[in-house]
Design a protein around this ligand. Structure first.
Ligand SMILES: O=P(O)(O)OC[C@@H](O)[C@@H](O)c1c[nH]c2ccccc12
Length: 383
């Protein structure tokens, strides 16, 4: 065990909170404060201008309390990805003393956790430069969102094959640089010509070499396909920002976001007329997401974002039996994501029940990413 860095008398209110998390929960769920914590921290209250002006919650919950509460929620939902401790390593409570252990809890355990922790810091900085009320003004000048789900459904009806979301991605942590001569607008136009129903645009810079500028440039170049904001969403602010750059849909990752955040973000997207693609990777995440009202589009990621392992069998497994039945009853459109390279792969996930696919690597690596679509599907799907 590492050396104890500090020990001091433990404040009695903190003991109470520790022993009785419900007290904290009750405080957080009073009517005036029923928003998810991250929303409260960003000062957003639905439909209220004062909130959009970025007012800080009157609850005055300390960062540390927020961290404690979040981690309890996250644990109860089986979410393995922890959020970055706002004040360094988490405290450990032993008797009446407070212990701070070095090197425990303050380093990410896997790549997804690392990305999310970095994202937390990045968003905090971006938000300072562009507070929500300025984004709200920018939204007045953005053309309305395009119908992402409608485009996928009609492509599926037209071709009898899964509707294609083609991904504009320069690099990834698992594969490194995928394409050196990367011109996002040309790639997007080639995808559209090749028959893509929608496009997915990576905006993360550090790990995927993407940008919001790419998204905006594609939108402004006259591409008609609806655009997915492919980002690690940790706060509602990012959704508004993405919309201001022309995004029509956003990705919400169930292994990162607690249910309450997903629900709240879906509501925001509905207000902004955007679609949400809620991504899952295992049964538990699928069951959580199926219990959330208003989910219309679910992505099954065949790639484990913690280990990078890819297995198309994940899509099949998550669509079998009662889950598949419920998905049909609810008329949810399912997207098979990652690791699709051949017409056989497409047939495999279609057989499993998907009506759309999300493909990056196998298209972006080809010299003509538009023509690559015909090879992937085994025929021309452009008309
Ligand atoms: O390049 P691939 O294996 O075809 O995968 C595309 C897409 O599914 C993948 O980029 C992806 C799916 N979910 C994500 C979440 C974050 C970043 C990336 C992703």
């Amino acid at each position: 065990m590492e050396a104890m860095l500090s020990h001091q008398h433990f404040p009695s209110s903190a003991i109470q909170r520790r022993l009785c998390p419900l007290n904290l929960h009750n405080r957080l769920t009073r009517p005036s404060s029923c928003l998810p914590l991250r929303a409260q921290k960003s000062g957003i209250t639905e439909g209220s201008d004062s909130a959009l002006e970025g007012k800080v919650s009157d609850l005055k919950i300390s960062e540390q309390e927020v961290g404690m509460y979040q981690n309890e929620v996250v644990e109860s939902q089986g979410i393995r990805i922890r959020r970055r401790p706002p004040t360094g390593p988490p405290l450990h409570y032993v008797g009446p003393f407070e212990f701070r252990l070095q090197n425990e809890g303050n380093t990410p355990r896997n790549i997804l956790e690392e990305i999310v922790w970095h994202k937390d810091k990045e968003v905090a900085q971006m938000k300072e430069r562009k507070p929500l009320y300025t984004l709200k003004k920018a939204l007045d000048n953005v053309p309305p969102a395009k119908d992402f789900i409608g485009a996928l459904r009609s492509a599926h009806q037209r071709t009898g094959l899964p509707g294609l979301i083609a991904e504009v991605k320069k690099a990834s942590p698992s594969r490194g640089i995928l394409r050196e001569d990367f011109n996002p607008v040309e790639i997007a136009q080639a995808y559209e010509k090749g028959g893509a129903a929608c496009l997915s645009v990576l905006t993360d810079d550090k790990y995927f070499k993407g940008s919001y500028e790419n998204l905006q440039a594609i939108r402004e170049a006259g591409v008609k396909c609806p655009l997915l904001l492919k980002e690690f969403i940790v706060e509602a602010w990012q959704i508004y920002y993405g919309r201001s750059k022309g995004a029509d849909a956003v990705l919400l990752i169930a292994s990162v976001l607690p249910d309450l955040d997903i629900k709240y973000m879906i509501k925001i997207c509905k207000i902004l007329k955007m679609a949400t693609l809620v991504e899952v990777h295992d049964e538990r995440e699928m069951d959580r997401v199926l219990a959330i009202e208003g989910v219309e589009l679910i992505g099954i990621n065949n790639r484990n974002l913690e280990t990078f392992e890819v297995d198309l069998g994940i899509t099949k497994k998550l669509l079998e039996g009662e889950r598949g039945e419920l998905i049909r009853q609810k008329d949810i459109l399912v997207v098979g994501e990652s690791g699709l390279f051949t017409p056989e792969d497409i047939a495999f996930v279609q057989e499993a029940g998907v009506k759309a696919v999300l493909v990056g690597e196998s298209l972006i690596k080809q010299s003509d990413p538009g023509k690559a679509i015909s090879s992937l599907f085994g025929r021309d799907i452009s008309e």
